[in-house]
Design a protein around this ligand. Structure first.
Ligand code: NTF
Length: 837
């Protein structure tokens, strides 16, 4: 509709000032020095690496902000349908390197800071990880933000701005995990923009009374009101102007503190209420795969969903559309069940505030939400006690009861008289106390539901949501196999390999990093001896980089000519780090029993572990203790230490992963079949030319389909057998000495004190000797056989490198760009929109 009028003053002057920092080295150094002197109030003579990092970050940020602003303006003007990714966790890692890559400014900043007497690597190393997540679920959210921006999709993330991220892990001399806080904001965070003007009130507790005026409306009053304040994090796309937004909420007391109590002389009470408001976003819950039913966690979930929905709806209302058009403009993706309260919250807004009738409101809700399930482990499925819900969110509990009533009426109509089915499907689980089943609420409130790998999506359809598939039809239940961003997980963490790929394919990385299928062009080079030598040399240098990291942080010297065997992930029984360390002990015992001559034929192997255990997860912590003590004994044994050493790298993080992954020859993804929904580090290792040892589980299966089964080392029982085996364990147990003598021997050595006081490990050993829910004994022999195949294959270095090259060449499918486009096209109906240069 023609040209808009310039709002204020002289348009030419405004536009001249809007160019940002030019991208030549001279302009960059000028902006850097400017930030040192003004933003940081420092000078060349008192500027350390941390200060220099901050100055570089602020200067990069200037450009990000302009791109971000143009992007948001484009979205406002063009009013496309947008998607919102609600996740309680965003495990972002470091930002500077990623921002430089995505802006195409890596070389310029490298040269610029060099001219000023700094090295870019040192500066990058000063950045603290933003670790607002536990593991795979939070890192997936971070990859999806990167891909959304890179694919120019109008997607915003919404999360919480925790003052403390995932705890820092320390290992005591005895091998115990200790936890320390992660005060990641202490050094200031240049990557966020406080938006003190964007704030919403959020209510807890109080009274909900139905109006009983012939409408479903109710009024909710009283209780506690806290303020949600927005902090925006810029998410630059790769080689595009599109810069999306991640909005994180901080909680604050509504008024400085509670004046009424203060006036009554109750100073302590007054401060308490201000504390309790701030407590909501103070810390990330450090559990993954367990749900605890804690009141503060429920408050986090509601605080975040209420603020996010209020913000989303305010933006929608600015469009001037009818409220019934919400699903045409908004798709909301629920990352696991954590944000499920958004469903009753939107119902509350539509009914109580917008005065819609029940059916219309439910139809809108049903066309707006999408739910991704990330696990079928029963202990992870969220349930909230009804009494707690009634106390904290009385109006939402009423709405959930109403949703349940209408839902069960519909089920009854389709399956008359099937009372079992009704109680199985009810949103309310009977018991003391009654509990709300959040996965069921997420499922019935959403337009579509998906799992995160083919096998897992099948398990969702045939186990936890089987009844819902029968009731609602299969087409609602899909699969989107997870992906990873090749920007961070190849170009940034393995720059030499990335350069070799560009050179070999003769394709700019700005192209292939955004269409990862192009890697297939590497296939013929597997037969090129020169190329293989370059490939192997890069792997070698990555191993040396890791060895250097271990040397400087832990003081150990590592043999970089050994095979590097890596298992890095959260500590959990289902992930079976125990199987790995028991296998290590078995290897050690085998080596000890050999003659020195026989030993010389054995592959040299260095085994790395890293990962955090939930602070209250006793068995997982005991596993860490066992690993550390096995390492202590084995690494000191002069007979074997040339052939086998073990390291536990403390305080695993995104940044530590970026060093470990490119150095691996082999990595382990050995969950009991049917328990790992997808896994994403398996993809990261393969994309960096490391091969997999794995079970037939999660995305391992699809990786093998892509790269060829001959390039993956599979072992273990298959998913359909696991239930039967567990049944046998219960009713026809076979003593471990009979079932698996090799493992029995290993367990006896631990009990006997080979790795320190055996008694300490009894509770862990008992889980294997007695119930063995995760099938350690059932899979042990085939695991050892798979590792023997690895040894065998590694003897032929040429063949091994060919496998490595062929694996990378076939990893295109696992780009998070592919995954996010599937969500955009088949779920959200959201289209790319480009931001004018
Ligand atoms: C995790 N789930 C799964 O355990 C992983 O297999 C998967 O790769 C990631 O999600 C991402 O989809 C969880 O962390 C949770 F919370 F659901 F248990």
């Amino acid at each position: 509709t023609g040209k808009e009028k310039w709002p204020r003053g002289d348009e030419k002057i405004w536009k001249a000032g809007m160019r940002g920092v030019d991208t030549d080295v001279a302009s960059i150094t000028k902006s850097f020095v400017n930030h040192v002197q003004t933003s940081l109030a420092r000078q060349a003579h008192n500027l350390d690496d941390l200060g220099a990092y901050q100055a570089a970050a602020l200067s990069v940020r200037d450009n990000l902000i302009l791109n971000w602003d143009d992007t948001q303006l484009t979205y406002t003007r063009k009013a496309p349908k947008r998607a919102y990714y609600l996740s309680l966790e965003f495990l972002m890692g470091r930002t500077l390197d990623n921002a430089l890559l995505n802006l195409g400014l890596k070389d310029q900043y490298k040269d610029g800071v060099k001219e000023l007497g700094f090295s870019i690597e040192d500066l990058l190393d000063k950045e603290r990880d933003a670790a607002l997540g536990n593991g795979g679920l939070g890192r997936l959210a971070a990859c999806y933000l990167d891909s959304s921006a890179s694919q120019e999709l109008p997607v915003w993330g919404y999360g919480l701005r925790y003052k403390y991220g995932i705890f820092q892990q320390l290992i005591s001399p005895e091998g115990n995990q200790l936890e320390a806080p992660d005060p990641w904001l202490d050094n200031q965070n240049p990557w966020e923009l406080p938006r003190l003007d964007v704030a919403y009130e959020v209510r807890f507790y109080g009274q909900a009374e139905r109006l009983n005026d012939g409408t479903p409306r109710a009024s909710w009053t009283g209780g506690q009101e806290v303020l949600a304040v927005a902090y925006d994090v810029m998410i630059p796309g790769c080689y595009t102007k599109t810069t999306n937004n991640l909005r994180l909420w901080e909680s604050k007391p509504k008024r400085g503190f509670d004046l009424n109590s203060f006036n009554a002389g109750n100073y302590e009470g007054a401060i308490e209420s201000s504390n309790s408001a701030a407590a909501i976003t103070s810390v990330l819950y450090p559990n993954d795969h367990t749900s605890f039913g804690k009141e503060l966690r429920l408050k986090q979930q509601y605080f975040w969903t209420a603020a996010s929905l209020a913000d989303i709806l305010r933006r929608f209302k600015n469009l001037g559309k009818s409220i019934t058009e919400i699903p045409d403009y908004i798709a909301i993706q629920l990352n696991d069940t954590h944000p499920t309260l958004a469903i009753p919250e939107l119902m509350r807004i539509l009914i109580d505030d917008e005065d819609l009738d029940w059916n219309k409101a439910w139809e809108i809700v049903n066309n707006t939400f999408f739910y991704t399930n990330h696990t079928v482990l029963p202990e992870a499925l969220e349930k909230w006690p009804v009494p707690l819900m009634e106390h904290v969110l009385p109006r939402h509990m009423q709405i959930i009861y109403d949703i349940n009533l209408f839902f069960l009426q519909a089920v009854e109509k389709k399956f008359p008289g099937d009372r079992d089915r009704l109680s199985r499907m009810s949103l309310i689980e009977e018991g003391f106390p009654k509990q709300v089943r959040m996965a069921y609420l997420a499922c019935i409130g959403s337009k579509k539901v998906n799992g995160v790998a083919e096998l897992h999506s099948d398990l969702v359809r045939t186990t936890i949501l089987k009844d819902f598939v029968e009731f609602e039809g299969i087409s609602k239940f899909g699969n989107v196999t997870n992906g990873i961003t090749p920007r961070r997980w190849l170009d940034q963490c393995n720059p030499e390999l990335s350069d070799l790929i560009s050179k070999t394919l003769k394709v700019e990385k700005s192209v292939w990093l955004k269409s990862l299928d192009k890697l297939e062009g590497l296939l013929p080079f597997a037969e090129d001896a020169r190329f293989r030598r370059e490939w192997a040399a890069i792997k070698q240098r990555n191993k040396e980089r890791l060895a250097h990291y271990v040397q400087t942080t832990l003081g150990f010297t590592i043999n970089t000519h050994a095979m590097f065997d890596v298992q890095i992930k959260r500590l959990h029984e289902y992930k079976r780090q125990t199987l790995n360390i028991l296998g290590v002990i078995h290897r050690y015992l085998t080596l000890k029993a050999m003659t020195p001559e026989a030993r010389q034929k054995v592959n040299h192997r260095v085994v790395f572990f890293a990962g955090k255990a939930a602070p209250a997860y006793y068995i997982a912590k005991l596993t860490i203790r066992l690993i550390v003590n096995v390492a202590r004994i084995i690494n000191a044994d002069p007979d074997t230490k040339e052939y086998l050493t073990v390291y536990f790298i403390p305080d695993y993080s995104v940044s530590v992963a970026e060093v470990l992954i490119p150095a691996s020859d082999i990595s382990q993804h050995i969950s009991t079949a049917g328990t790992e929904a997808s896994g994403t580090s398996n993809m990261k290792f393969c994309l960096n030319g490391g091969l997999l040892v794995g079970t037939v589980d999660g995305a391992n299966i699809e990786i093998a389909e892509s790269v060829g089964e001959s390039n993956v080392f599979f072992f273990g029982h298959l998913t359909p057998d696991v239930e039967d085996i567990r049944y046998q364990h219960m009713y026809h147990p076979i003593p471990i000495e009979e079932k698996c003598p090799a493992l029995a021997n290993v367990l006896n050595k631990i009990s006997g004190g080979m790795f320190g006081d055996g008694g300490v490990y009894e509770p862990l050993l008992k889980t294997i000797r007695q119930v063995d829910y995760y099938l350690i004994a059932d899979d042990f022999d085939s695991y050892i056989a798979a590792l023997a195949m690895v040894d065998e294959a590694y003897l032929d270095k040429t063949e091994w490198i060919k496998k490595s090259i062929k694996t990378v060449a076939k990893m295109g499918k696992f780009s998070s760009d592919r995954a996010i486009l599937e969500y955009a096209e088949s779920y959200w109906n959201v289209e790319a929109i480009s931001v004018a240069k």
